[in-house]
Design a protein around this ligand. Structure first.
Ligand SMILES: *Cc1c(COP(=O)(O)O)cnc(C)c1O
Length: 499
């Protein structure tokens, strides 16, 4: 035994810690300098660019077995990774719906990783930061202090968590134990035909099935038709289904439209149904001084999803689900396995946060929200939301004054749907022309838009969730779209040849 012990003790154990901390310190400082330059000069770079084939091919190597100096690895990050971003930190990125990040959030992610805490729960500072961010989110949307919540990977999982609690509460039996097969009546969920696709994934995952999520028609402004909703609920009840949950849009993904949330809350109350609000886009308007009235009724939700990685510009990823009834939230996920028992003192005496969602281990996402909210204050984030809404309304005005452009939906908040329509083209021709314009803008690094279809008509979509956007960026967008559209028509490009 003695000899054994000796031979073990002379061999130096290995570790991932650097042999020379000074070298890492220097590289770390250099990396911070690069990061700061990257953001400081973001406006000078293209909004997006295609990666050359040669660079692309460098992502095909197999599992590295031999070490390389960290310096060389970082060099590759600079050249091959940082140079080809998605682009959402750029002032002219307006595709889909993304936040544009912030330096403090990046520092927070770094510090969170250095501390390395696991937000599965326990008695430590990161858990308290996590709980405080949830308290702040409750305050933002006007939920009571007694409500519960959890930070998630994003809005999709936040919606899934809210809908899980809805299903379990309204099932009328122990659905966790017996599953959906044992339901006496099949559940029905309702949302407008404008709801985000994550709700489809949620009902599929929950075993209710896509067909049980009824998409209710919308009016000309894309708001849910309340009369049609009432009719669908009555119809389903008569047919033996159990209407369980109404999903309201606080900022729908296509146009940003906000359903009549107070009215939906009334219908849910009358029908003894759960009211879930998808506020991934619009819930944060509750802190915008000039527009907060748009989301009135939000505070009446039973559960609500919001997305700090959108209008709070937290670096990806962080979403949030709030549930009014803390007991119902806990009851939907609590499991108490023997290996995660609570202790009267010590590290296991803290709250077990894994009992509020699907993840066990969870990253310290809260820190980036906590730090940026303290640095800037919620009021400033509110003003930036108002600023984006103003910019969208300005863009809509510019479009309506431009003869070749045509607005395709009302601009309620920060999403503008429009298209280049010189007249004389059919739907297919317009789609081909507008798609080509959109792709040229991306490939030339001018601006990044996405597209969608509204009541069957193709259009371009600018979602201005960006604290770096300025007025002249919008002017450039309109000028470049018109110039490209006109040129495409003049050069008589065969529209059939376009994608
Ligand atoms: C973005 C979005 C989601 C999904 O959120 P992720 O954070 O992307 O998972 C859900 N609903 C709406 C309305 C959204 O805009």
């Amino acid at each position: 035994m003695d000899t054994n012990h000796k031979s073990l003790s002379v061999r130096a154990e290995d570790t991932l810690d650097p042999h020379d901390w000074e070298v890492v310190a220097q590289l770390g400082h250099d990396t911070i300098d690069l990061a700061i330059d990257y953001l400081r000069h973001v406006r000078d770079r293209p909004a997006w660019r295609e990666m050359p084939q040669e660079v692309r091919s460098r992502f095909k190597g197999g599992l590295p077995q031999e070490p390389q100096p960290l310096e060389a690895v970082l060099q590759r990050v600079t050249e091959d990774v940082m140079a080809y971003p998605m682009g959402n930190v750029h002032p002219r990125f307006w595709a889909w719906y993304m936040g544009s990040g912030n330096m403090t959030g990046a520092l927070a992610d770094f510090m969170a990783a250095v501390q390395g805490s696991n937000l599965g729960g326990g008695n430590h500072a990161a858990a308290l930061v996590d709980r405080q961010v949830i308290d702040w989110c409750k305050e933002i949307v006007g939920f009571p202090a007694s409500a519960s919540g959890t930070l998630t990977s994003g809005g999709s999982v936040a919606n899934l968590i809210g809908l899980t609690v809805a299903r379990n509460v309204k099932a009328g039996m122990d659905i966790r134990e017996h599953g959906v097969a044992a339901l006496p009546k099949k559940l029905r969920f309702y949302g407008s035909d404008q709801i985000h696709n994550c709700h489809r994934k949620a009902v599929e995952t929950l075993g209710i099935g896509n067909a049980a999520l009824r998409r209710i028609e919308t009016d000309a402004d894309f708001r849910i038709d309340i009369a049609a909703l009432r009719m669908a609920i009555a119809e389903d009840r008569a047919a033996g289904f159990l209407p369980a949950c109404i999903i309201g849009n606080a900022g729908a993904v296509n146009t940003g439209v906000i359903d009549d949330l107070a009215m939906l809350a009334d219908v849910a109350a009358e029908e003894d149904m759960w009211f879930h609000v998808d506020g991934c886009i619009g819930a944060l308007i509750a802190i915008a001084p000039r527009n907060r009235a748009l989301v009135a009724g939000l505070e009446r939700a039973d559960s609500l999803a919001l997305d700090p990685h959108k209008w709070l510009h937290a670096p990806f990823d962080v979403g949030c689900c709030l549930v009014r009834d803390a007991g119902a939230h806990h009851a939907a996920f609590a499991t108490q396995p023997e290996y995660l028992a609570s202790a009267p003192r010590g590290i296991a005496s803290g709250e077990w946060l894994y009992e509020l969602g699907l993840q066990t281990s969870r990253g310290f996402r809260a820190l980036k929200v906590w730090m940026a909210l303290q640095e800037h204050g919620a009021e400033k984030f509110g003003r930036l939301i108002d600023q984006n809404i103003d910019q969208a309304r300005t863009l809509a005005r510019m479009i309506s004054k431009t003869p070749q452009l045509c607005l395709m939906a009302p601009t309620i908040i920060n999403i503008v749907c429009f298209r280049f329509d010189p007249g004389g083209l059919d739907e297919d021709g317009l789609k081909a022309l507008n798609t080509e314009i959109m792709l040229q803008l991306q490939e030339d690094g001018i601006a990044v838009l996405s597209d969608t279809a509204l009541h069957g008509k193709h259009c371009l979509r600018a979602a201005i969730c960006n604290h770096r956007t300025r007025h002249d960026d919008l002017e450039l967008l309109v000028t470049e779209i018109v110039r490209r559209g006109d040129t495409l028509l003049e050069t008589r490009v065969k529209l059939e040849d376009l994608p």
